[in-house]
Design a protein around this ligand. Sequence first.
Ligand code: 5GP
Length: 193
Amino acid sequence: MNFLEERIMKDGIVKEGNVLKVDSFLNHQMDIALFDEMGAEWKRRFADKPINKILTIEASGIGIACVAARHFDVPVVFAKKSKSINIEGDMYVAEVESFTHKCKNQVIVSKKFLSPEDHVLIIDDFLANGCALQGLISIITEAGATVEGIGIAVEKGFQLGGRLIRNLGFQLESLAIVDAMDASTGEITFRKQ
Ligand code: 5GP
């Protein structure tokens, strides 16, 4: 078991509805030493990629992306969730359906911060059905930039997103892949990587 899997076993809570609660260390209270270890691991896995920018999505991706960025020495851009329908033309826009909140959000990134010269690493906390990632990928593609890879903390391997993204040919590096979890027993099974 790696360091993140061990932490999930210790402090993660399996909820009904296929939700894994990790708010004591990942997406509410944040363990920065753990984030630093995650950043170092992504740096190792993407060592050969010419990454010059990290893109994430608010809110829970931001902390992880910022700590990871110290290992890549690059800026972080986060896609903002916006309810407004009057989005000005200087924004890239994508529609993202939230797995946890079951609602649709437009996410926006200013055209000032993504351009064809950018080689982007996407970072996020969770991968479930892959909607958030597809939105970020479409924004990067629209900007004419390159997706160099995707770093995810926790992939729920029993949902569709991981297979979908890998089938599109992206290098997807999830630090923990949960293949099964049971809310009644609290049991969590990780994929051997
Ligand atoms: P997707 O777009 O891949 O369906 O879902 C990804 C987003 O949903 C993540 O950014 C994360 O915020 C949220 N999410 C999905 N599954 C879980 C989960 O089991 N636990 C938590 N805490 N968030 C989740």
